[in-house]
Design a protein around this ligand. Structure first.
Ligand SMILES: Cc1cc2nc3c(=O)[nH]c(=O)nc-3n(C[C@H](O)[C@H](O)[C@H](O)COP(=O)(O)OP(=O)(O)OC[C@H]3O[C@@H](n4cnc5c(N)ncnc54)[C@H](O)[C@@H]3O)c2cc1C
Length: 338
């Protein structure tokens, strides 16, 4: 079924809870209906936005274009080997429901990505990641529709050019495709990834380590650490963790000997953005209706009634402060939609 609305409120479609409106809002429940929508709008010069759960977006204004909402549901086994199962999940499936389903089948791979908000269709866009696992580790293929001509194609894992919170869909293929489904290769003999100290600590509360206990441990940790968007509007981590040269890192270390870091390669090192933001004095800081979370300064919160441009302005102030104090330019992880 196709639904097309005009001047449509997106308040319940973004986790910041911003009352932005879409000039057009087009929802489709099947791939064929999506292609019809693409054909209707493909020659229209208005900007297009593909919307999932709206958990990685910041609307700074109303969207004077066409919001396309692929409400494709379901999942199916594509093939199996004695070791692996290939499962295709459709774009409109809730991500965490899909993870829960995989865990219930004892298919390993996605359990560390439990409780990440949003839909399956968005997972390859920024290659979601948490607790030592990224979506790319399990993505086999990504099915898409070309927004210009409605053509259907598949991207292999390699063609997606995945990186840290990055993929081809954020770069050379940005705004060109609608993801309709993602096929995951999951293990029938799961190996649990428990290298994170807080996951290990939480797992001590469980009688055994298996996919279900890892999932629950991660849910427990996330519920403790992250603000629920239903309570305080937010989009998770607002900035990426910057990867810097050894020179820059050594300059910071000279002044802050305890700077946390994770080596990337022999020339580069990753510094947690949360540490930079906190060290620059922004932890728990609030200006009007916008602020950073009290325990996780990487999360910017709408305390109620903030506008998108206020939130964006606040984020820019953090960027400028970190740049002038630390010499590091923080990159926004959240997609800014203006
Ligand atoms: C509390 C909280 C915690 C979070 N924790 C994490 C975390 O641990 N790790 C992490 O990686 N992320 C995290 N996020 C960010 C977010 O949940 C993920 O980026 C998620 O994948 C976004 O999914 P979505 O469906 O909400 O996408 P949206 O926000 O709707 O869209 C995000 C981007 O993907 C594009 N897009 C969406 N669907 C499609 C599609 N079908 N086809 C083409 N393009 C599409 C949009 O145009 C946009 O550019 C968190 C967010 C919140 C609010």
């Amino acid at each position: 079924m196709i639904i097309i609305e005009e001047c449509y409120s997106l308040k319940s479609y973004n986790t910041f809870g911003l009352p932005a409106r879409a000039r057009f809002f087009a929802e489709a429940g099947t791939v064929e209906d999506l292609r019809t929508i693409v054909n209707v709008f493909c020659n229209d010069p208005k900007p297009k936005l593909i919307l999932g759960g709206g958990s990685n977006l910041l609307f700074t204004d109303d969207f004077d274009g066409v919001v396309i909402f692929p409400d494709l549901k379901g999942n199916e086994i594509i093939s199996q080997t004695p070791d692996d199962v290939y499962v295709k999940a459709y774009a409109g499936e809730n991500w965490d429901n899909f993870v829960a389903y995989c865990v219930s089948q004892n298919w390993g791979g996605l359990e560390n990505l439990s409780l990440i908000p949003g839909n399956v269709g968005a997972c390859p866009i920024q290659n979601i990641g948490a607790y030592g696992v990224e979506a790319k580790d399990c993505i086999d293929k990504v099915d898409v529709i070309n927004l210009k001509n409605g053509e259907i194609r598949q991207f292999t894992n390699a063609e997606c050019k995945f990186g840290y919170r990055d993929s081809i869909f954020k770069r050379e293929a940005k705004d060109q495709y609608i993801v309709t489904a993602v096929t995951f290769k999951l293990s029938k003999h799961p190996v649990c990834q428990t290298k994170y100290a807080d996951v290990n600590e939480e797992l001590k509360k469980f009688p055994e380590v298996n996919l279900a206990s890892i999932r629950q441990a991660i849910i427990n940790i996330r519920e403790r650490k992250l603000p629920a968007p239903e309570k305080f509007g937010n989009a998770g981590s607002f900035f990426k963790n910057p990867v810097v040269s050894m020179n820059i890192f050594n300059n910071i270390k000279a002044e802050y000997p305890n700077v946390p870091s994770y080596p990337v390669n022999e020339h580069n090192i990753k510094i947690p953005a949360a540490w930079l933001i906190q060290t620059c004095g922004w932890k728990g800081k609030r200006e009007g209706n916008v602020g950073t979370h009290e325990t996780q300064p990487l999360v910017i919160i709408n305390y109620g009634g903030a506008t998108g441009s206020e939130i964006f302005g606040f984020a820019q102030k953090i960027q400028q402060s970190v740049l002038s104090q630390m010499g590091i330019e923080l990159e926004m992880e959240v997609n800014i939609i203006s």
